[in-house]
Design a protein around this ligand. Structure first.
Ligand code: ATP
Ligand code: MG
Length: 240
């Protein structure tokens, strides 16, 4: 479903992504970990063109990412993204946050969009919050809204960038449970996270990045019990 081939990216002089090769098949769940500044966010942001790569090829569901704005739009419709800091619109209600893109991007009638939104708000178990504003919800609740909002566009792929790292510990579980549910339903997922319990539970593969490169990639059991590279071992010893 997603193919990165020989992808390079620079921020000015700084070589942030170096020869990234990665294929994510439909229904696969991939967890990406690695030290701060290793390029994890940059890599997944390239997949929906929040960042632009300068070399190599990125293909999402058969569509190659180029400067063609129509293609970028098409890809963004298929790819849902959840950020560390929720990024909800503070002046819109929860329901409005969830219906905005379906109404404006998908041209869905408002009533239908609201029905879809309520469906997903039920799925993340907060339908009763629909008419509140983001500021009135807990962090865990806001993050579940962000997940519901992304799902309202019926994405084929979900990207997560440290969705639990801004949350108080007691709220991490409710968000992870939501993500596990999505995984069990077969959603294709690419998750930057240091929640290694989640990785063990749902990932098909775990990727370790450092200095803009994929250093190691393996299925979770092997990855955790027999890390191949010194840097992976060191990293795991620091976070486990
Ligand atoms: P973290 O775990 O802290 O989120 P990360 O692995 O997600 O780190 P990135 O955010 O992808 O790392 O950043 C990779 C490198 O690129 C860092 O050294 C960062 O300082 C640099 N960088 C990120 N965004 C920009 C930008 N807009 N302009 C210049 N440099 C940037
Ligand atoms: Mg990051």
């Amino acid at each position: 479903a997603v193919d990165l081939t020989g992808v390079h990216k620079w921020y000015g002089e700084f070589h942030v992504l170096k020869d990234i090769n990665l294929t994510v098949r439909r229904g696969e769940r991939i967890v990406i970990c690695g030290p701060s500044g290793s390029g994890k966010s940059t890599m997944i942001r390239c997949i929906n063109r929040l960042e632009e790569h300068q070399q190599g090829k990125i293909v999402v569901d058969g569509i190659e990412l180029t400067n063609d704005l129509k293609k970028i739009d098409e890809i963004r419709r298929e790819v849902g993204m959840v950020f560390q800091h929720f990024n909800l619109f503070p002046h819109l209600t929860i329901l409005e946050n969830c219906t905005l893109a379906p109404i404006w991007v998908k041209k869905m009638p408002k009533k239908d969009a609201e029905e879809v939104a309520m469906h997903y708000l039920k799925r993340v178990r907060i339908p009763e919050q629909a008419l509140k504003y983001p500021g009135q919800l807990s962090g865990g609740q806001q993050q579940r809204v962000a997940i519901a909002r992304a799902l309202c566009m019926s994405p084929k792929i979900m990207l997560f960038d440290e969705p639990t790292s801004a949350l108080d510990p007691e709220m991490v579980k409710e968000v992870l449970d939501t993500m596990v549910g999505l995984a069990e339903e077969g959603m294709t997922m690419l998750c930057v996270t240091h929640e290694m319990g989640f990785a063990r539970q749902v990932a098909n593969r775990v990727i370790f990045m450092d200095f803009g490169q994929i250093i190691e990639m393996n299925e979770p059991n092997e990855f955790f019990s027999h890390p191949q590279h010194e840097r992976t071992k060191l990293f795991l010893s620091q976070i486990l």
